[in-house]
Design a protein around this ligand. Sequence first.
Ligand code: AMP
Ligand code: ZN
Length: 113
Amino acid sequence: MEKECVFCKIIRGEVPSEKVLENEDLIVIKDINPKADVHLLIIPKKHIPSLREFKPEEADILGKMLLVSKELAKNFDQAKDGYKIAINVGRGGGQVIDHFHIHFLAGNLTGLP
Ligand code: AMP
Ligand code: ZN
């Protein structure tokens, strides 16, 4: 439900967030409960519930979301040596917010898969 979705609210500016980057397709914010020194969320502006709902014609959004990680890596020293990308899909996959997003993690990744 886009009206109630917390990430849609962040995109509309109705819920505060620490925004790192924004372009016409996506926003990047700091995760409110970081699991690493750097924990960012790459969120498409289009409300797509999870990876399972992606349509073939939306594949370019996925590509742009993955490639923006290169820009993020330049901006965070902890990511110079490398970083981790994670996607949780569905409750069984650990997804809590039903608006697709990619986790960007860097620095102190011990304990993460
Ligand atoms: P997932 O388990 O993949 O659905 O991840 C959801 C992530 O969103 C978790 O890491 C939460 O800490 C994070 N999160 C939840 N609400 C907010 C918020 N208002 N601002 C930033 N991050 C949030
Ligand atoms: Zn949404």
